[in-house]
Design a protein around this ligand. Sequence first.
Ligand SMILES: [Zn+2]
Length: 719
Amino acid sequence: MKYFLLASLFFVGALALPAEDVKSLSDFQAAADNANEVLVIPQWPKTPVEIRGEIDNAIAKANAGLDTIGKQDLSKVTLESTIGALDHIQNDAQIAISKTVVVQQTNQDAAMRDAAEKAIKVFQDWAVGVDYREDVYKAVKAYADTRPKLEGEDALLLEHTLRDYRRAGLALPPDKRAEVEKLRKELAKLETDFQSNIIAVKVPVTFTKEELEGVPATVLDSPGVKTGDNTYTILANVTFQYNTVEETAKKEETRKHLHLVRDNLASDKNVPLLNNILAHRNQLALKLGYKSWDDFQTEIKMAKSGAAAKTFINDLVAGIQPKFEAEVAELRKLKAEETNDPNAQINIWDWRYFQNQLKKSKYTFDTEALRVYFPFQHVLEGMFDIYQDIFGLKFTKILAPYKWVDDLQLYMVTDAASGQPLGMFYLDMFPRDGKFNHFAEFGIIPGTKLPDGKYQRPTVALLCNFPPPSKDKPSLLSHSDVETLFHEFGHALHAIVTQAKYVRFSGTNVPADFVEAPSQMLQNWVWNKKVLDTFAADYRNPSKKISAETIAKMKEAKLATVGVFYRRQFTFGDIDLTLHDVHPEGQPYDCVSMSTPMFAKDFFPNNDTAFVAFWGHLVGYDAGYYGYAWADAIAADMATVFEKAPNGFLDKTAGMKLRQEIYAPGGSREIDTSIRNFLGRERSIQPFLKTLGIDKPAEAKGGPSKEGDTGAAKPPTKP
Ligand SMILES: [Zn+2]
């Protein structure tokens, strides 16, 4: 911490607080007591033995709690003794496992990380069995059978708990349930094999220097690539190598050859495996009373049915057709010029290369040169100022009694008006060996009302990997890093300002096709000059701001390729939904012949390939890939509330509305209600199309516009 603050003090003149002014948790205790809250800094395990001990204790405590639920007199069941008790058990278990996950992702000691990894495995194995505790299910069922008159979050808790049991097969007769359990276990094993095959496959492709004309030294000189006098070995399975060759290799034959290898990776093993996986999923869905796996998967999301998700994707495919065509025409012009062939066509192995040519020739600005405007500490404080202001919050740095790394920071979030403490966040911002290597928000303590009536305020951690400061320079972020920071911090606020009563609905526990939307919306902030001018300034000369011209150019460059980008995304969404659509039981699957035509329909023909064999999203995001675009569409819609507000993205009224209508309720009410309250109208797909450069309200329709949500499946009868 010290090193970093000193660096930023020196370079950007930020004020570091003298040590004696740093607050601690105790400074907020009186306010927390006043608000009837529990506010504690997590206690971290310090040794491998403690890690395992915490998980063992958490499991033992949860088992005892489950026993109590299961053993009770079924004629005296109450909300508190059944679904309420289950939620409290989840709270304790979640804190233990979340801390273990953070240790595994951050600890500097490999032995600690290993112990955490083992403990997580133990926990996961245990957690699977919780669903199948017949005694607990009977108690919940007995409570549901009393037909309690519940409202709001309580009613939703009962509904969701029963829904989970039904989805696990508990509502079925014992023989059918056993079949479901067996299918689930087999499916899990097949899915693990599918993923392992993707990780294990390694296909080297050799080229001569001439064949790789145009490919930069970053690839040619990287370890293992030059394997002979004039032999270069490209690994088709290494995404960075593949993408760079496809973007830069001047010879079409090279791009084509590598593409065909790439889109056939793992096909020998994974094509039959995927066919088997699809058959298992279909069987499971049918046994559980659904028409298809996509209906099963989307039931618990905003889309609610496979048909609604598919309508959404199809409408978007049609909606961006003019933009897609225009972009392809532009790429074709470049290819015609380069090849002297007036009839040149863009193939699936061409778009990356000609997009890159387009960017180089038409949208020349140096993204690296922008970094001087984004010294880390200044960006962080600038973002804090904006979020504190629009959301009515105050962030105060406090002492962390335990730090897993020296530059770890801990902040208290309070309500600016009342001073009520709302929660805490850790910031662990720079890369190091053995640390989680992406950018993400991790929950640690969830917000929830405890059995004694006190509210437990949340704690989260942001784990990021921004460029570290060097000897002569502070950490300088790229524009995309700044966008990521605004995005991830949005998740943190979503978790911290929660008012949900139950863990199940607290913070970011919202449908999976919505959870990214508020954060994706916040990415708009860093494309706005008024916002950027509040903090982005050349660290060597803070009077220098990013020019309006540069921002306009950046936007233009982004817009120049969105048509192709989204059509590719929609193709993936379409393939995923098609594979998981209605399918007669017992009829074999042919995943390749089901998916390949989608490329020709929505993108570019992709013949003689088996793309799906190397597509890891088919496990985990199965019948869920559409959700990326779905959340994008809602994000664009939600952004209009700020765009239309008097103060734009810095508007406090709009900010407070987001806090109250989206962040605070979390999943404790239907997400559609929250969105409608925030928008002040039904949702619409138009703003999203507008961000794609299409502004023709009369033509486009469809979900996630509420009006377009036809075809919602009837959920199977509840037990
Ligand atoms: Zn996110």
